[in-house]
Ligand binder design. Structure first.
Ligand SMILES: [Zn+2]
Ligand SMILES: [Zn+2]
Length: 286
């Protein structure tokens, strides 16, 4: 059975993620360890690290992920942006190792017309350098894109080419359901979902999938638009999330909500309960 999780804020400090996870009743968490629109670094005190690790053990919330900053672009032609992107990924991986967090999920970026194949060696080299700069167990997880403009990673084929090019056990995939849907994978229907998981397994391999971003979509199939919607209120729908939560390939990994929330305040209890009901679980009391 899939673990149900959510992206939560760390306003007030990274340790508050555990309180928010408890309030939501989730078993998996994602946070931005640093503000996602800046290159700012986080240098936690040893006390914070100790307390984080202690709370992780106490709560059993070891399905903990970081989301990297949005400024990263490994396919850029600008040397300064590439250097900042690589350093930021290395920092996040190092931070994940320090805290004992499973991995860092990131958006590979856009080639802005230069071409995916042309930029692939540069992207692979940047990922390899970031991993080498942060030795340890933390994973580097490439998130699939909706395919707007020249955004990298909207097809499993491209993701597979990236995995092959970097050739490192620590690199895997995070599948965003809304991005996959608007990239053209019709996971809303039983046949479409079967076709998608088959292609995912064939191109990437189920063992390289480490997390799901469980988001409904405000934008239609194949629109290439990145517009997250609350579970059941978009083009993907409740039935499809029920099937995904029971899918043998997908349900092995945590489902992390990144939905707007009913109050437009981010993932909330209502969306967590929707996923839990669709998974055939009782809502958590309290
Ligand atoms: Zn993301
Ligand atoms: Zn996502």
């Amino acid at each position: 059975m899939a673990l149900i999780g959510a992206h939560v804020s760390i306003k007030g400090g990274i340790l508050t993620a555990f309180d928010r996870a408890k309030e939501l009743g989730v078993e998996a968490v994602q946070v931005h360890p640093t503000p996602p629109q800046t290159w700012r670094r986080l240098k936690p005190s040893p006390d914070t690290v100790d307390e984080f690790r202690q709370r992780m053990t106490e709560t059993g919330l070891d399905a903990f992920f970081f989301h990297a900053v949005y400024l990263i672009n490994l396919a850029t032609a600008r040397d300064d942006l590439l250097a900042s992107s690589e350093a930021s990924l290395a920092d996040s991986l190092d931070l994940a190792n320090t805290f004992g967090v499973r991995g860092v999920i990131f958006h590979p970026g856009s080639h802005k017309g230069l071409g995916f194949e042309a930029m692939l060696p540069q992207m692979a080299a940047a990922m390899s350098s970031a991993l080498a700069a942060a030795p340890g167990r933390s994973l580097l997880l490439i998130e699939n894109s909706a395919g707007a403009g020249n955004n990298i990673g909207s097809t499993f084929r491209q993701l597979r080419q990236m995995l092959e090019a970097v050739d490192n056990e620590r690199v895997g995939i995070c599948l965003d359901t809304a991005h996959a849907f608007t990239a053209g994978y019709d996971l809303a229907t039983p046949e479409g979902l079967r076709a998608m998981t088959k292609e995912l397994d064939f191109e990437i391999g189920a063992d390289r999938l480490y997390a799901i971003h469980a988001n409904d979509s405000k934008a239609p199939l194949g629109s290439n638009r990145d517009r997250h919607e609350n579970i059941g209120d978009g083009f993907i729908g409740n039935d499809a999330f029920g099937r995904m939560l029971r899918d043998p390939l997908l349900s092995r990994v945590p489902f992390l909500l990144e939905v707007p929330g009913l109050e437009h305040d981010g993932p909330d209890r209502a969306n967590v309960d929707r996923l839990r009901r669709l998974a055939g679980l009782e809502p958590v009391a309290g």
